[in-house]
Structure formats: C-alpha cells, structure tokens
Design a protein around this ligand. Structure first.
Ligand code: G3I
Length: 374
C-alpha cells in the first residue's frame, strides 16, 4: 500500500485516536514499517497480531502462593533485541535460566580468558526484575570450545582446567545465582555413564569434584544434577536415581535434581510416574526442579494438538505442585518465535506457551488454571 508521508501521519493519528494511545489498538500489536521511495511516497508494511498482553493474573503472580518458582530459559541476544520478549519474560516469570550464556564454550573463548558479557546482561536483568537465576551449566559434553576438545591434556591438566573454570565462574556470580546445573546429562540413554571428554579425561570422580568445587566457590548456591528422559520411571530414571544416591552416600554436596521434560504429544511420561520419581528423589533429601519443559508438535499444529499440549503442560505442572519436593517449574523458552525445536527436530515446532506473535496459547491458560486450582 503506497501512501504519501502526510497520509501516513493522518492514518497513524486516526489509529491513535481510536485507542487513545499513540499508534496502538487494544488487543492488537500493530507494527508499521515504512520505506520512503525517491518520490517521497511511503510504503507501509503493517503486521497486525494479537496483543501480547494476556488477561488476568500472570504466572508469576499465581505461582508463589503455591510455593513454586516459575521460569523460562532466556536467549541474551533476543532479550537485547526484542522488547516484547523482555516484557513478557519479566511479566510472567520470577526465574530465568541462561539458555546458552553460562555454558563452557560461550564463556571461554580461550584457555586463559572468560567472556561474562552476555551472562552479566542476563543476571542484571534478573536482578532488575526480582527474578532468581538458574546457572546452566558448568560441566556438559556439548558446547565446549575447540581449544578444549581439540587439545591434549593429562588428567591433572584437565582437572585443573575444570577446577579453575568452576571456581572462576561460580565465584564471579557468588550470591547472584540461586541454583547451578553443576553437571548436565552425565547418564547415557542406556543407563550407563555417558562417554564424555570429562569421563575419559578425569574419570567418574569428575562429578564429585565438580560439585565440591562449586560448593567451595558459593556455599549458598543450590547445586543440581540435570538430565533428560529420566522424568518418569524407567531404566534411565533408575540409573539417575542410583547415581544421585551414591553421590550423596559419598558426602558429595548435591542439593537437587533437574528433570528437563523435553516432551512430544504422543509419548509423554505418565503424571503418576513423574510424581513417583519426584517422591523417591525427594526422599533422598533432594530438591526437584522441572528445568527445561517444552512439548513439541508435528507441524502444522492443529487445535486438537494445542489442546493436548495444554493438557500435558497442566499434567506435569500438577505433578510438581502435588509434591513438597518440587520447587521450580522452568520452560525451555516461552514463545514459539524463539525455540530451539525447529532447528533440532525437523518437522516439529509450536512447543511453548506463547505463539509466534506472543499471543497466549491454550497451554498458558492451562498452567494458570492449574496454579489457581487449589
Ligand atoms: O552463538 C553461535 C553463533 O555465533 C553462530 O553463528 C551460530 C551458527 O553456528 O551458532 C551459535 O551457537 C549456537 C547456540 O545454540 C546459540 O544459538 C549453536 O550452534 C547451537 O548448537 C546451540 O544450540 C543450543 C543447544 O542446547 C546446543 O546443544 C540451543 O540453543 C539450546 O537451547 C540447547 O539447550 C540444551 C540444554 O542446554 C541442555 N538440555 C537440552 C537442551 C536442548 O538441546
């Protein structure tokens, strides 16, 4: 649509007039971008999408009365570039997890340097908006820098590298990060210890050492073991349970366990199995966090798919709320506009609780209903 500049001003004034706010209409997110042509004409590309402002109490207003922290994983570049993303994050959540900024690779451009800039932005945002931070993750087999994966190190050298990393990173955020995923995904899908650079280079005691170093660097932070596909009951869940029981028996300072909860529509773990698993982990003395929930859907997602997704979100949240040991419920992102899913699972998307236009989906309402339902 081509308009003279004057007409554009009149159009926006008319739109503003009908809503009382400059350039906005209640319930509609109007984005007008214009590119003046050499003749001074202005071409307007408007996108109109549902307002991102959900109605009623937010998730972070409802969750504390149930003793629950409610959070989402956050991408720093998106936080810096998308004001609606930042607005909904602060409005709906009282906890955030660094999706990538606190991983070994992003923090460590070289063996003798650290880059805290992205993570500092995240921690500052959390402090500005009264949010707790989950530090993710100190020891993992993914997102490691080339200088580490391509280097040759003795057991002593690799232990020294890991010790320095943990003491430096946890020390940098001492008192600012409520919980750390100290070790992530150390158990393979076969229930055996995963064959990683850390296991091969240091030995199975790398877990004990990592937790001990993290505790030394920040005695107040809660220290978690985090994993996936062990949320209900089964062989991997049993292996994670055994690992944690043995760590605790050795006096290793583990405070909690993260159940990632990356699910699909067709085979979610049974709520009763999740509840039983949370119960047995809690009886070890561990706090339980749901740490990375999303429910991916084969595209295109139908209304029936979205309704089933909502039921899964509600069911898992209900299992968490039903236990005194489950203290945090964290999503792996919150809007389908920014999700890891389509890049990792071809043909899947729509995994989160706000859609691409930041409009609330049935899953968002289902979570609010579950939180309000007691
Ligand atoms: O930052 C670089 C950028 O400089 C480069 O241009 C670009 C293209 O190569 O890659 C960017 O890094 C990507 C990074 O995400 C940041 O966007 C990596 O390639 C990409 O592999 C990485 O993916 C992350 C994935 O972990 C890595 O396995 C996802 O964002 C992140 O959501 C995902 O999160 C994991 C949890 O940490 C652990 N649990 C499972 C979960 C899903 O895999």
């Amino acid at each position: 649509m081509k308009l003279g500049f004057a007409s554009l001003v009149i159009l926006l004034a008319l739109l503003a007039g009908c809503s009382g706010k400059a350039g906005s209409i209640p319930g509609v997110l109007l984005t007008a971008t214009s590119a003046p042509s050499p003749q001074g004409e202005v071409t307007i590309m408007t996108t109109v999408s549902p307002s991102p402002t959900p109605t009623g109490k937010s998730l972070r207003e409802l969750a504390p009365r149930r003793g629950l922290a409610i959070g989402a994983a956050v991408d720093v570049s998106t936080l810096r570039s998308d004001p609606v993303y930042a607005q909904i994050l602060a409005q709906e959540f009282n906890m955030l997890t660094a999706e990538n900024a606190l991983k070994f690779g992003p923090l460590r451009p070289s063996r003798d340097s650290y880059d805290f800039s992205a993570a500092d932005t995240l921690v500052q945002f959390a402090q500005d908006h009264d949010m707790q931070v989950r530090g993710h993750t100190l020891v993992w087999h993914n997102q490691l820098p080339d200088w580490l994966t391509q280097g040759t190190f003795s057991r002593e050298e690799l232990s020294a590298i890991l010790k320095e990393h943990i003491l430096t990173v946890v020390g940098h955020y001492r008192g600012k990060i409520a919980a750390w995923d100290v070790v992530n995904e150390a158990v393979g899908d076969n229930g055996q210890m995963r064959d990683t650079l850390w296991l091969r280079g240091i030995g199975p005691e790398y877990l004990d050492l990592a937790f001990q170093w993290a505790h030394e660097a920040d005695p107040q932070a809660k220290l978690f073991y985090n994993d996936y596909n062990g949320e209900g009951l089964g062989s991997k869940s049993d292996a994670i349970y055994r690992l944690l029981k043995e760590l605790l028996q050795r006096g290793v300072p583990v405070d909690g366990v993260g159940l990632q909860m990356h699910l699909t529509l067709d085979a979610p773990p049974r709520a009763a199995d999740i509840a039983a698993n949370i119960q047995r982990l809690g009886e070890l003395g561990l706090e339980v966090h749901i740490t990375e929930m999303d429910v991916r859907i084969k595209t295109p997602a139908s209304p029936a798919d979205l309704a089933k997704q909502a039921e899964i979100y509600r069911s898992v949240l209900g299992a968490c709320l039903g236990s005194p040991y489950c203290k945090a419920f964290v999503l792996w992102g919150f809007s389908d506009r920014y999700s890891w899913i389509p890049g990792f699972f071809k043909g899947y998307d729509s995994a989160l609780i706000f859609d691409e236009a930041f409009a609330p989906k049935p899953a968002y309402q289902a979570m609010k209903d579950e939180l309000a339902d007691h």
